[in-house]
Design a protein around this ligand. Structure first.
Ligand code: GLA
Length: 394
């Protein structure tokens, strides 16, 4: 990937505004961590959760901000406790119970995430929370749970938008009533446009169906999520699902592209891989501190697609994205989603910056340039350039 500086332009553009942050302080920045589902499915237990946290402490990910350790479906026993009605952890998978796992994680600076469903059963057929929201929220709070991913299977025909809102609000209210701050990750797969109603109910909302470990799936999800920039901001984030980096279904270039796009979109950075055995190249992608800083930027704006010379953003599979950052600079992505090499370009004015000279820093190579103009990059198929552009002189 080569950076070529072309010409100076000094027109200013309005920057994106985004919604006001939530009062409870949850989700001020997109969550970062790990979730068991995409790599392990139902094969979860306390040992996996704790060894994953150990790996994140040892490999440096925790220091970079990956502190959420989230167990997904299949942690439960098949029945509620017949005496109390409470959810019961699978006694073989979690022999000491969930509070012990929470204690282990908290003692090491991690948080515990758990999974439930807003219907009668989870997607894998374990007891759901519909009608049990107060009790289940109290159980989670007592165990020391910090995040709840709340799914959408077996909803018994409660499919209208107002019924979705009621199902998710019931758990949201129940969590608040416990007095423990618990991040609510709404997992309604984008059905009924949660970005229009979920802010204030949860702190993130899945915008699409499940990601698969392939470039085609990642691209399809990006194309949906990238349209929703107006709805993201501190306290509520669009969630395009987990990072597949390390699962083997994408090339190194495609994996780096996923990380670039997710960071530019201020998405939750939740690794869906086996972090105990991550190879150094995949770990390096997860560990790009400059990309993480862009994702976590305090302004909390999601990158907007930039149109080029009158053609809508994404035309021909070529995407330019611009994310305004708290210090006034811009993160810029030039993404060649096509199957052939492409030269792509944009300008300082097109990405909303005003000035005469600009600093251009390549987030992946660390290359710095200082110049007065448009930026272009030669990109391999499926490659994305990730740049931080700063106006240096007015
Ligand atoms: C749904 C969710 C996934 C995962 C599974 C678990 O498909 O979207 O992310 O939680 O359920 O069964």
């Amino acid at each position: 990937m080569a950076l070529v500086v072309v010409v100076a332009l000094v027109v200013s553009r309005p920057t994106t505004s985004h919604p006001a942050p939530a009062a409870d302080g949850l989700g001020a920045t997109p969550p970062m961590g790990w979730n068991s589902w995409n790599h392990f499915g139902c094969d979860v237990d306390a040992e996996l959760v704790e060894r994953t946290a150990d790996a994140m402490a040892a490999n440096g990910m925790q220091r970079l901000g990956y502190t959420a350790v989230n167990v997904d479906d299949c942690w439960m026993a098949p029945q509620r406790d017949p005496r109390t009605g409470e959810l019961v952890p699978d006694p073989v998978k979690f022999p000491q119970g969930m509070a012990a796992v929470a204690d282990y994680l908290h003692a090491r600076g991690f948080t515990l995430g758990i999974y439930e469903d807003s219907g009668t059963e989870t997607c894998a057929g374990f007891p759901g929370s519909l009608g049990h929201e107060r009790l289940d929220a109290r159980t989670f709070a007592r165990w020391g749970v910090d995040t709840l991913k709340y799914d959408n299977c077996n909803h018994g025909g409660l499919t209208s938008t107002s019924q979705y809102i009621a199902r998710y609000r019931a758990m949201s209210d129940a969590l608040r009533a416990t007095g423990r701050p618990i991040f609510l990750a709404i997992c309604g797969w984008g059905v009924n446009h949660p970005w229009t109603w979920a802010r204030g109910i949860g702190q993130s909302w899945r915008t699409t169906h499940d990601i698969k470990d392939s470039y085609a799936s990642m691209l399809a999800i990006f194309r949906q999520n990238v349209q929703l920039a107006a709805y993201a901001g501190p306290g509520g984030w669009n969630d395009p699902d987990m990072l597949e980096i390390g699962n083997g279904g994408m090339t190194p270039t495609e994996q780096r592209t996923e990380f670039t796009l997710w960071a530019a979109m201020a998405a939750p950075l939740i690794a869906g891989a086996d972090l105990r055995t991550l190879n150094p190249d995949d770990l390096a992608i997860y560990s790009n501190a400059e990309a993480i800083a862009i994702d976590q930027d305090a302004r909390g704006a999601q990158a907007v697609p930039v149109s080029q010379n009158g053609t809508p953003a994404g035309t021909g599979g070529l995407w330019v994205l611009s994310k305004p950052l708290a210090d006034g600079s811009r993160a810029v992505v030039l993404f060649n989603s096509t199957d052939s090499p492409q030269t792509m370009s944009t300008t300082a004015s097109a990405i909303g910056l005003r000035g005469a000279t600009f600093g251009i820093r390549d987030v992946w190579t660390g290359t710095e340039a200082s110049n007065s103009g448009a930026i272009s990059a030669e990109l391999a198929p499926h490659e994305a350039a990730f740049l931080r552009i700063t106006a240096q002189t007015p």
